[in-house]
Design a protein around this ligand. Structure first.
Ligand SMILES: Nc1ncnc2c1ncn2[C@@H]1O[C@H](COP(=O)(O)OP(=O)(O)OP(=O)(O)O)[C@@H](O)[C@H]1O
Ligand SMILES: [Mg+2]
Length: 237
């Protein structure tokens, strides 16, 4: 079931898979002058396709013969473990809390060359945990274990989690839901990125038209992001 959701894996010749390969190639070219090895995927608002994009990009990198680690740093609404069919623990939060070693939190996937570090247990204050110096140390450690690190994060227009990574990632990929990102959220995202002097590597305009349910989902106010999503999805993993 989970595998069926990742087009780059299930249907490598689909136009969407081709788009993700192009994205991967573009990132490589961007890195010619200034290496791009650690990419955070974020977006302005909720449910715009960040996790889908991060997963497809990571698979596409592995399919090109590079080793990749996909980190679920959405410690509010983690889904990477579902998309890539791994366990949730041990994961990122467990490593940051000093409860487990990084290598124990890396889970193999069905894609050769791609490993996942899932969220781990959900902490009470995700931004603080991501802000800890341990996060920088961890990324440096992961960088020595793979060619590229892709990090899935919550929307930067709603919560500060993604922005806290600015100094320890090479750049951000911004995913915007075509026709769904409100002007206000886009402005907030832009502000948040500017405040931390983020390097924006590219913008992915995700066409969400295949998902009629989308419009029912409220964006929620700042800080309600996790709670909204939890309610929608139930609490189980
Ligand atoms: N291009 C698309 N067409 C149709 N459905 C899509 C598309 N992109 C994503 N979806 C679906 O939309 C939903 C939300 O996608 P995803 O989880 O990737 O978004 P997100 O931005 O990570 O959400 P969140 O803010 O909750 O982290 C998922 O059910 C996903 O399968
Ligand atoms: Mg997500």
């Amino acid at each position: 079931m989970a595998k069926g959701k990742i087009v780059s894996y299930t249907n490598p010749t689909a136009p969407a898979s081709e788009a993700f390969r192009a994205l991967r190639t573009n990132l490589q070219f961007l890195g010619l002058s200034d290496p791009v090895a650690i990419v955070a995927v974020t977006g302005a608002g909720a449910r715009e396709g960040k996790s889908t994009t991060a997963s497809n990009l990571a698979i596409s990198i592995a399919q090109a013969g590079k080793t990749c680690i996909l980190v679920d740093a959405d410690l509010r609404c983690p889904v990477i473990h579902r998309l890539l069919a791994t366990g949730t623990q041990p994961g990122l939060s467990d490593v940051l809390l000093g409860q487990t070693a990084p290598e124990l939190a890396l889970h193999n996937t069905w894609v050769p060359g791609l490993r996942v570090m899932p969220s781990g247990q959900l902490p009470p204050s995700p931004s603080d945990l991501l802000l800890s110096p341990k996060m920088g140390e961890l990324l440096a450690d992961l960088r020595s274990r793979a060619d590229m690190i892709v990090i899935d994060t919550p929307p930067i227009g709603l919560v500060s989690d993604a922005a806290t990574l600015a100094r320890i990632v090479d750049g951000y990929l911004l995913v915007l839901g075509a026709g769904h990102t409100t002007r206000d959220l886009a402005r907030r995202a832009k502000q948040a990125l500017e405040t931390v002097h983020a390097r924006v590597l590219g913008v992915v305009l995700n066409n969400m038209s295949g998902q009629p349910e989308y419009r029912r989902y409220g964006y929620g106010g700042y800080g309600t992001y996790g709670k909204d999503n939890e309610r929608r999805r139930g609490h189980g993993h």
